[in-house]
Design a binder for this molecule. Structure first.
Ligand code: NDP
Ligand code: GDR
Length: 373
């Protein structure tokens, strides 16, 4: 029998990789997309099937995690074997600007889904995956972080995700639902949203290399993160729902790097060697050498990074490092792509796009570039 999955957040980074994975595995995949004034399905356009196609295996439904009746109707229509709740206002810095909206979507949205499954009496059939996060650890109490490390959230986003985490656990304990939390550490890819730090760096430096921007403006470049590749992490999301018993797992690489490291790697992929000087808000990165021809617009002495305090957060998560031993032991999961390999892939993709844009600009056909990140 063909398995049916429902993915909230299907148009996001993880949603798009997960949809691909499930289609490869023979699932019928239903995704919830939001109504927007412009097309917002870039990441899944390549797997989109015309609704007129007979037996389409990839189906999109309009919906929103803020709308309980809409979620209930979609769940009733689809009656999925597996629900992956990836939809969220997922930007930590934005959650300080929009805390109430973030709580509504990320916290109550999870409750709405779980209650709809219960109300529809799907809970014996439907397995539920909750996109939990290393941001729950926030002000870390122990290093590395495991499934038993205490939480101390440091943003409205993390507080909302804490509610969702415990709602998921509570529905498992109270109603016997098959509901799992994946406590995922940062994971990135060429499909990462442009305002998250890794993508901001790879895209920004690629633009600088091609003369489309002058300088990258950054926040706290000493922050430490455990970065993995989204492709490795969605594999684990699926694995979690294939076990005999539901449980919660940390998904991480067990390796930590700074934002500064990521800037250095990205620049090196473009042939630039950087020198950092100054400190605090006056720190800058200057190009010391340029090798090869991937950065034709850059010369030694150019300042390509400055600090802009606008990107500091009211409360920061300085350091995160995950211990994925449980996932490795119980599920046999290991990440295959290192942070540096991922960085190289992201830079290559962003450079290609920047080269195209530079060519268009040269011929008077350029579009304005958004550098707000
Ligand atoms: P993205 O920001 O790339 O995608 C978020 C998705 O949620 C998008 O499809 C977005 O739609 C959708 N969405 C936003 N608001 C709503 C809403 N009100 N109703 C329905 N859908 C909504 O996130 P990622 O793919 O990176 O992350 C997936 C999940 O995993 C998120 O819940 C995130 O918080 C969590 N997470 C992510 C980690 C990471 O490092 N990537 C680590 C740990 C957890 P649209 O495309 O229209 O904006
Ligand atoms: P994070 O990811 O907050 O960890 O949340 P992000 O890439 O936004 O920030 C990582 C670290 O980099 C620092 N930083 C900057 N961040 C951004 N966005 N822009 C900057 O200019 C900048 N300069 C420095 C940040 O302060 C932070 O310390 C991500 C999201 O995907 C969440 O949804 C997810 O839950 C967590 O990862 C795990």
């Amino acid at each position: 029998m063909t398995k049916r999955a429902l993915i909230t957040g299907v148009t996001g980074q993880d949603g798009s990789y997960l949809a691909e994975l499930l289609l490869e595995k023979g699932y019928e995949v239903h995704g919830i997309k939001r109504r927007a004034s412009l097309f917002n399905t870039d990441r899944v356009d390549h797997i989109y099937e015309d609704p007129q196609t007979d037996n389409a295996r990839f189906v999109l439904h309009y919906g929103d995690l803020g709308d309980a009746s809409n979620l209930t109707r979609i769940l009733a229509d689809v009656a999925p074997d597996e629900v992956y709740n990836l939809g969220a206002q997922s930007h930590v810095a934005v959650s300080f600007e929009a805390p109430e909206y973030t709580a509504d979507v990320d916290a109550l949205g999870t409750l709405r889904l779980l209650e709809a499954i219960r109300f529809l009496k799907l809970h014996d059939k439907t397995r539920f995956y909750q996109a939990s996060t290393s941001e729950l650890y926030g002000l870390v109490q122990e290093t590395p972080q495991t499934e038993t490390t205490p939480f101390h959230p440091r943003s409205p986003y993390a507080v909302a995700k804490l509610y969702a985490f415990w709602t998921c656990v509570n529905h498992r304990e109270a109603y016997g639902m098959y509901a799992c939390n994946g406590i995922l550490f940062n994971h990135e890819s060429p499909r990462r949203g442009e305002t998250f730090v890794t993508r901001k760096i790879t895209r920004g430096l690629a633009h600088i290399a091609m003369g489309l921007e002058d300088c990258l403006y950054m926040g706290n470049i000493d922050a430490l993160r455990d970065w993995g590749h989204a492709k490795d992490y969605v594999r684990m999301q699926w694995m979690m729902l294939q076990q005999d018993r539901p449980d919660d797992y940390v998904i991480a690489t067990g390796k930590q790097h700074s934002v500064r490291d990521f800037i250095i790697w990205s620049a090196a992929e473009l042939g630039m060697t950087l020198e950092f000087s100054g400190s605090g808000v006056d720190e800058i990165a200057t190009v010391a050498h340029v090798n090869g021809n991937l950065a034709p617009a850059v010369k030694p002495g150019d300042v390509v990074m400055r600090i802009d305090p606008r990107y500091f957060r009211p409360a920061e998560v300085e350091t995160l490092l995950g211990d994925p031993t449980k996932a490795k032991k119980e599920l046999g999961w290991t990440p295959e792509i290192t942070a540096q390999e991922m960085c190289a892939e992201m830079v290559a993709t962003d450079l290609q796009a920047a080269q195209r844009q530079a060519l268009l600009k040269e011929h008077g056909m350029s579009q304005p570039i958004s550098i707000e990140a």
